[in-house]
Design a protein around this ligand. Structure first.
Ligand SMILES: *Cc1c(COP(=O)(O)O)cnc(C)c1O
Length: 373
């Protein structure tokens, strides 16, 4: 038996079972690493490893060969540091949202997003009497975080800065990378070229998952994939080259029949047009099945689609299971909400969101099963 699997009773009592294939995450990281050739491939593990569990995901990536990690918050970095004493860990939200002492004490490298942050980090370095590493983020068009090109230029000629701060990475972030033909990609790349010329000899990084698939011009020295590691399709409208990572199996609580004309669920939004068998499963919006999946998404049982009918409730959801012979599904059966054929992107499309949001909303009360650890 897989020693990492929770005990069988935990599975039997859980409303749903989330299986995370760590070997698939490792294979996805290697696929991206091979694709970027000379560039280094980092791993983005913010938001609890995109909802899959940072404590399992980060060590799995490290075991595959990943040495550079990105998190959003300092406390996420502290968690990764406890697991990976040797890793290089960048904190995307910099040193304003968090205490410089926490960053420094745990060997975390802030991504500095504004000149004021550079000043604060340099001041901390002087207080500590040593040079501290930092990344600089320059805004090339995302207009979310990062300093202007002019501010970055000014820092590049600041002769005092190198005494306090060792700028070890310059980076920017793409706004439209999943749309390969979007003209904004090339515009941002041109702006980034200018930044890079101002910081010769410093590592440069532009690409997230999707950016990797824009080609070698976007790879620079370091790429920063997150979503693709976890199976999200990196290129809109193209076949997904990544391996599926998650399976979500929901428990059937009850199966019952409704007559033609009866409605199902809150608000009576769905009406049976013929006698219908309904299975109620033990997963609802509190578990990350979006309420917008109401009457739109499907669960699956041995390849048969089971449409969600009526509103998704907090803890439960109703499915039309009339297509299955009555003896095939009963209370206690498991149906798939996510599987290798119908992954996070498919559920996202049915629910009007993106795979990223499905992953990072995955519930906290699933029995979690880590495969291939
Ligand atoms: C989240 C994030 C990434 C990873 O993006 P994916 O699209 O998940 O690959 C990379 N860089 C920055 C700055 C980010 O915020």
């Amino acid at each position: 038996m897989d020693a990492s699997a929770p005990p069988a009773t935990a599975h039997r009592d859980a409303g749903a079972i989330l299986s995370v294939d760590l070997a698939a995450i490792q294979a996805n990281w290697r696929l991206l690493r091979d694709r970027v050739g000379r560039a280094e491939c980092a791993g983005v593990v913010k938001a609890d490893g995109y909802g899959l569990g940072i404590a399992q995901v980060a060590p799995a990536l490290a075991a595959a060969g990943c040495r550079v990690f990105f998190v959003a918050h300092a406390l996420e970095g502290v968690r990764v540091r406890a697991l990976l004493p040797q890793a290089e860990i960048f904190v995307l939200h910099g040193c304003m949202a968090s205490d410089p002492e926490v960053l420094e004490a745990h060997g975390l490298t802030p991504v500095l997003n504004a000149p004021g942050e550079v000043v604060a980090w340099a001041a901390h370095a002087r207080r500590m009497g040593r040079r501290l590493r930092a990344a600089l983020q320059v805004d090339t068009g995302m207009a979310r975080m990062g300093m202007t090109l002019a501010q970055a230029d000014a820092l590049a000629t600041d002769t005092g800065l190198p005494h306090a701060v060792d700028v070890c990475l310059v980076m920017s972030h793409l706004a439209c990378a999943e749309e390969q033909d979007h003209s904004f990609n090339a515009q941002q790349r041109e702006a980034f070229e200018r930044v890079r010329r101002r910081w010769p000899g410093v590592r440069a990084s532009l690409a997230n998952s999707s950016g990797i698939f824009l080609g070698p011009d976007y790879h620079y020295d370091l790429v920063r994939p997150g979503a693709a590691l976890y199976g999200v399709a990196p290129v809109a409208g193209a076949p997904n080259p990544m391996l599926p990572v998650v399976r979500l199996q929901a428990r059937v609580i009850q199966v019952h029949g409704v007559a033609a004309g009866q409605t199902v669920g809150y608000g009576r939004t769905w009406t049976a047009t013929q006698p219908t068998r309904i299975a109620t499963i033990s997963v609802g919006y509190a578990d990350g099945l979006p309420r917008s999946a109401s009457s739109r998404a499907c669960a699956w049982f041995e390849g048969v689609p089971l449409p969600v009918v009526g509103r998704v409730s907090m803890d439960s959801t109703t499915l039309d299971v009339s297509q299955l012979a009555p003896d095939r599904l009963h209370a206690g059966s498991l149906v798939d909400l996510l599987d290798a054929q119908h992954g996070v992107d498919a559920l996202a499309a049915e629910s009007g969101t993106i795979g990223y949001e499905i992953l990072t909303s995955l519930g906290r009360r699933y029995a979690r099963n880590y495969l291939g650890a």
